[in-house]
Design a protein around this ligand. Structure first.
Ligand SMILES: [Zn+2]
Ligand SMILES: [Zn+2]
Length: 249
């Protein structure tokens, strides 16, 4: 599946970097790229040196920002037509190489550039990369632009069938307290006034853990999320393991 760049950028164009672009250190953007640059609020400068601005580089493992300028080339005395604007500075002097297929696009006022050889193959991966690099304003704009109902996709998944007696026994063992050592968080109440705890598998079922009383622990929502997603999850898992083992000894 190819990335639909129309769904990503407000405007964009793609061009292969020519030998002239590179030898003159002046990249000649094509019409669609000029549209993107100008939609980001950058107009060709007459003054010298041309003012510098930043371009956000996407998908490049080494470079995340390049400087650029956008200026009218010197009009040659015999040419009567309008001079075509060029891009100077780091974007062409150091970042781009001859033969690179470069995409230049804008989302609102943020200007992006990407070498297509580095581009991801899926829309989701492209969007995730852009979210990492986009400025706050652009992210809010993208979110605000989304209206209505999200597309639905059906997912088939295998679920583990848990033993309800283990859940019940672990909740009884917990005596209404989170079983993570030293956790003192207050628990909110369920409709029946019992404290809200979640029963977690110390070694997850997805890692071949067992649905057994000694592999289960009652955790508050905070500890439960942290033991799954926190930076210290493996250390927490070990603490919980030691604690539950000691209870059962
Ligand atoms: Zn869990
Ligand atoms: Zn807790």
């Amino acid at each position: 599946m190819m990335v639909d760049w129309n769904a990503v950028f407000d405007n964009f164009g793609i061009k292969k970097v020519t030998k002239t672009d590179k030898t003159k250190s002046a990249y000649l953007p094509n019409g669609k790229q000029r549209l993107a640059i100008e939609a980001a609020g950058i107009l060709p400068a007459d003054e010298r040196p041309a003012p510098s601005f930043e371009v956000t580089v996407l998908f490049d493992p080494v470079t995340s920002i390049v400087s650029s300028s956008y200026y009218y080339s010197e009009r040659s005395p015999d040419a009567d037509r309008n001079p075509e604007p060029r891009m100077g500075h780091g974007i062409i002097s150091s970042w781009l190489a001859q033969g690179d297929k470069v995409l230049i696009g804008n989302i609102g006022s943020q200007l992006f550039a990407a070498k297509l050889d580095f581009a991801p193959v899926s829309q989701v991966m492209a969007s995730q990369e852009i979210i990492k690099c986009a400025n706050r304003e652009v992210i809010f704009d993208l979110a605000m632009a989304a209206t209505g109902k999200p597309a639905k996709r059906s997912i088939e998944r295998a679920e583990f069938v848990r033993n309800p007696y283990i859940v019940a026994a672990v909740l009884l063992r917990s005596d209404g307290q989170c079983e993570m050592p030293d956790c003192t968080r207050e628990l909110f109440a369920r409709d029946d006034d019992s404290p809200y705890l979640e029963v977690h598998h110390v070694v997850p079922l997805s890692e071949e853990g067992d649905d057994t009383f000694i592999n289960a622990a009652a955790l508050c929502p905070h500890c439960h999320r942290e033991v799954h997603y926190g930076k210290n999850r493996y250390a927490l898992r070990d603490r919980l393991r030691v604690h539950i083992d000691a209870l059962e000894a």
